[in-house]
Design a protein. Structure first.
Lengths: 209, 542
């Protein structure tokens, strides 16, 4: 039996080689694909919901609605999920003025808000579109823009300080949340959160000692 | 008066080990075994090496299935020792744990030794027979270094383990596939089996050494408490590990016997030799069999010769390290269960590591190293070893003890599995070993595991082979156990704990807690329903 530097492939060797490769590959593939548990299925559903929820985002600003803190969150979300991001500033024109009336102080405030929005987006390498909308009704304008851009999520901040008018979140915000056809995310800053608690109830509750 | 504060929950181990992480924990331990075992088995079982691996492999499959069922039913750190303690009581739990501790200390020395052997393929100065003192000092440095790293709390990460394991699985699959494709001659295999069949004594010895290639499944159970969804993941990773290792072991043994060497091998007289013939009576070759085989694979061998020794050395060093932290972990678990003195639970204030455990068991590893290296270092000792211990070399001595510890602990694990099936039929078993005999005990349906009985017979026969054929193993192995039992009895007596009986424990509450903490909420619901149904049945009977 000559042992040397020659090589020839035998059928048995080739079959065994094939079986080894197939068995090792199949075993590892099977191991890495376990069936998911009930909890994992819930988590997966929630995650896929998120993908559907954040495809297109609108962040709403107005003289009554301060969304600057929510914009930073929206930018992070858009960056992670590669969403389309639109920031709109709504200027409500009173019926006493024509629809296209000039409102310098509001327009100036819009430039500041949307400029800050662009800065945050640029800092995070996210593309953002901005728009200023003049309207008779903030709620209707937001819903119309959402319909036009097929928004998946409307993001709103809370009312501006000093504008509290009885409705815990501000009437406009509540109306948008009630009538929107897509998801709505409302962010209340911690320092304003206490305003949402009914003070009469708070005073009536027993003191903890 | 201040508002009462709720108590902060006890910190728990974070469940961050993924399926691949769990597999690689086991693989970095068991996967390294073939690097050590192949050469030793080829040296003794010769033409029946594949048969020795097959027998040990069948037993290993039974062991693997037993561990899979137990680790997925009781996903806690502690492994075999915990299962045996729960099934058979404190004393047997201690013996199983003490045998595993022997294995872990041997693991440290044996794999560090073999790691240096593989390195010697590239650095000839480290060849043991040529430079025994240098070899000894390097192994000693590695053991002490690992001890120090573990004291400082430096551990290789799961990611590193995963990377090395992936590299090794790919590498070994390539070596085997290309080896069978280009260098396998069925005629050589048949020739070796026909003309070089070993004596029954050699076959027994070879088989007892072959089990060395399958030790380490414990690691997956050890990490159960950190594994995500352990009851679901561990069965998969364990079965995958069992299959992968079995495929490799059977393929290596058959390839080694039927390998047509790429570079001709001749004996001292210039006569051609088969590949496997380079292992008998050559401890240097026995320690690096996989590297030598890889080198002989046509084409690929030139490349493999460069990296396989390094990959083998790294994998073996990881395995050696798993011995250091594994022993401290087992000692910690045994100490928590009042099987060992509480000193083994003591954690260093600064490093937050169980320093006493690490240093104690590393010291035992060093003593084992000195004993294994002595014949090569001191010629007078070599004469003594030849006279009393059949002239076993250092590697064989370590492998003897490794086989003894593994066979002992695995025997108890099988008994523990049988006992748990009978005592605890209500715990949901996401994975159950097939082939069971249904029966009723105290009104409960019980599945008696036939495979566990067969596995016990298999591993117990390997234990008997070890005691029959290993001159050193049959002295030092039982001595270790007797010493441990004496310490256990003294400790239990000192602490005024039941000496031969077990402490009372509420296993029901513990099991609910185990399943809740492991995130297996569906299994927890199933267990609670089983308990309720069982209690209702008993109430109806009375």
């Amino acid at each position: 039996m000559a042992l040397g530097n020659d090589v020839h492939v035998t059928l048995a060797g080739a079959i065994v080689a094939l079986i080894i490769a197939a068995m090792v590959g199949a075993t590892l593939w099977w191991m890495l694909h376990p069936p998911s548990s009930y909890v994992q299925r819930i988590a997966k559903r929630a995650e896929s919901e998120l993908e559907r929820m954040v495809g297109s985002l609108i962040v709403v600003f107005s003289p009554e609605i301060d969304s600057s803190h929510m914009l930073a969150l929206a930018v992070k979300l858009a960056r992670g999920e590669r969403s389309e991001l639109l920031a709109i500033y709504i200027i409500e024109v009173p019926y006493t003025l024509p629809p296209d009336a000039e409102m310098p102080s509001e327009e100036r405030a819009a430039l500041d808000a949307l400029g800050a929005a662009e800065t945050i987006a640029n800092n995070n390498n996210v593309t953002i579109r901005t728009e200023t909308v003049k309207t008779r009704s903030t709620k209707q304008a937001v819903l119309d823009v959402a319909k036009r851009v097929k928004a998946d999520l409307i993001i709103l901040g809370s009312f501006r300080e000093g504008k509290y008018s009885g409705a815990p979140l501000g009437r406009t915000i509540e109306e948008i949340a009630a009538d929107a056809k897509c998801d709505v995310l409302i962010g209340v800053e911690g320092k304003h959160g206490t305003l949402l608690i009914d003070e009469t109830l708070q005073s009536a509750s027993p003191q903890t000692s | 008066m201040s508002v009462p504060r709720t108590k902060a929950p006890e910190p728990e181990l974070r469940r961050s080990v993924t399926p691949w992480g769990s597999f690689s924990w086991g693989y970095s331990d068991v996967g390294a075994d073939i690097f050590v075992g192949l050469g030793l088995v080829l040296a003794w079982a010769a033409g029946a090496t594949n048969v020795a691996f097959l027998f040990a492999g069948i037993v290993y499959v039974c062991i693997g299935l037993a561990y899979t069922e137990l680790a997925s039913t009781y996903p806690v750190a502690g492994g075999g020792q915990y299962f045996v303690m729960r099934g058979l009581g404190d004393l047997f739990g201690f013996i199983a744990g003490w045998a595993v501790l022997l294995d872990f200390t041997i693991d440290v020395t044996l794999f560090a030794w073999s790691s240096v052997d593989y390195t010697s393929q590239l650095v000839p100065a480290l060849v043991n027979s040529a430079h025994p003192w240098l070899h000894f000092l390097v192994v000693l440095t590695l053991v002490l270094g690992l001890c120090l790293l573990n004291v400082l709390g430096v551990r290789e990460s799961t990611a590193f383990n995963g990377f090395v394991s992936a590299l090794d699985v790919i590498s070994e699959t390539l070596i085997l596939c290309l080896g069978f494709l280009f260098a396998f001659r069925p005629g050589l295999l048949i020739h070796a089996m026909h003309f070089s069949w070993p004596t029954p004594y050699q076959l027994m010895l070879g088989t007892s050494l072959a089990i060395v290639s399958f030790v380490g499944l414990e690691s997956i159970s050890q990490a159960a408490q950190e594994t995500q969804r352990p009851a679901s993941i561990i069965p998969r990773t364990s079965v995958a590990l069992i299959l992968t290792i079995l495929i490799f072991a059977l393929a290596y043994s058959n390839l080694a016997l039927g390998l047509h060497p790429w570079h001709p091998i001749t004996d001292a007289h210039g006569h051609p030799m088969q590949f496997w013939q380079i292992f008998p009576h050559n401890a240097d070759n026995q320690g690096k069999a996989v590297a030598l085989l890889a080198e002989q694979v046509p084409y690929y061998g030139a490349f493999a010769a460069l990296y396989v020794p390094i990959l083998g050395a790294v994998l073996l060093l990881i395995s050696s390290n798993s011995g250091v932290f594994g022993s401290s972990r087992i000692a910690y678990a045994m100490s928590s269960a009042n099987l060992l003195p509480s000193i083994f639970q003591r954690v260093h204030a600064r490093f937050r590591t169980p320093v006493i455990s690490i240093v104690f068991f590393s010291s035992i590893a060093v003593i084992e190293l000195i004993f294994a290296a002595l014949p090569a270092l001191v010629p007078a000792a070599s004469h003594l070893y030849s006279q009393f211990f059949h002239g076993e070399n250092g590697l064989e001595f370590l492998a003897d003890l490794y086989a003894f510890g593994a066979a002992t602990s695995y025997s108890f694990v099988f008994l523990g599995l049988i006992a748990l099936r009978l005592h605890d039929p209500l715990s949901p078993r996401k994975f159950k070993i097939p082939l069971n005999i249904p029966m009723r005990i105290r009104g409960e349906r019980v599945d008696f595991p036939v495979i566990a009985v067969l596995g016990f017979i298999g591993i117990f026969s390997i234990l008997l082979f070890t005691l029959r054929t290993h001159a050193l193993g049959r002295i030092f192995g039982p001595t270790w156990l007797v010493l441990g039992v004496v310490l256990y009895l003294l400790y239990r007596n000192h602490r005024r704990l039941p000496i031969l009986r077990s402490r009372r424990r509420d296993w029901r509450t513990e099991q609910i807690d185990i399943l809740r903490r492991s995130g297996e909420l569906e299994l927890m619901d199933e267990y609670l329903a089983n308990l309720k149904a069982s209690d209702a049945r008993r109430a109806g009977q009375t």
